[in-house]
Unconditional design. Structure first.
Length: 255
């Protein structure tokens, strides 16, 4: 039985994966299966996010300026991203945009991006080929997520925050059956945000915890281009990840 490259993958997740399906279809089904199970666990994984911020290319100046370094504890609880200052025992009630100040702020990199693609049926996904990256044979898929089911929030220099749709691609390892990289471009950005383009590139890796190995973001790059030509790049690294159980008060305790 022959299968076209463009498939209605969402239809396949409602039935058992058959042995005769193409490798790329079975891999996507496994990613969806594993992603949904991991996102449903009570145990969450906060990490320390270190963000290096740079700006360049506005109409008034072209040199690269270092906007400084930010550090937050970041996790995903109750369907949303929460952050705290390092060392705090309770998550902050403010949003990421409120805590980072003016400049590019992209919420959802730590969790919502993966959830939108693998934890729900919001994304339309299609297989686009096999690639060899650093000696690994990876499957590449393209995806799109409409704004009305997206968890992707961005804010720009205007201070306005909005949920936007996205389109992008991701790469997966068929041997380990795990996500390796995900890139996303914001779609239909409201004019009041002040940005004409926002790109995010997330790299994933295995993190060893007392509860076992989990797949979490390792690094991310977020880039924005404003209507006046100003560019901002945020380089994030996620470290010191650990297990904890969330309480209704949004406090966290190591387990």
């Amino acid at each position: 039985m022959m299968f076209p490259r463009r498939l209605g993958y969402a239809l396949l997740f409602a039935v058992p994966v058959l042995a005769k399906l193409p490798a790329e279809v079975k891999l996507l089904a496994r990613l969806k299966q594993r992603g949904g199970a991991a996102l449903g666990q009570a145990v969450n994984y906060p990490c320390l996010e270190t963000i290096e911020r740079f700006e360049s290319g506005s109409l008034r100046k072209s040199k690269i300026n270092n906007l400084g370094t930010l550090r937050f504890e970041v996790a995903h609880i109750g369907g949303r991203e929460v952050i705290a200052l390092p060392g705090s025992r309770e998550f902050d009630k403010r949003t990421r945009a409120e805590m980072t100040g003016l400049g590019l702020s992209v919420a959802g990199v730590f969790h919502a991006f993966g959830k939108s693609v693998f934890g729900t049926n919001a994304a339309t996904v299609q297989f686009s080929g096999w690639e060899t990256v650093a000696g690994r044979r990876l499957a590449r898929y393209d995806f799109s997520i409409p704004q009305y089911v997206s968890g992707y929030a961005i804010s720009g220099a205007t201070g306005v925050t909005a949920i936007v749709g996205s389109k992008g691609r991701f790469w997966a390892d068929p041997v380990r059956e795990e996500l390796v990289r995900l890139t996303s471009e914001a779609d239909e950005i409201p004019i009041e945000i002040g940005l004409r383009r926002v790109l995010v590139d997330v790299r994933y890796g295995r993190v060893s915890l007392p509860s076992g190995e989990v797949q979490l973001p390792e690094t991310s790059i977020a880039e924005s281009v404003a209507w006046n030509g100003r560019e901002i790049r945020n380089f994030s690294e996620f470290t010191q990840c650990r297990s904890f159980r969330a309480e209704s008060s949004l406090k966290f305790e190591d387990v």
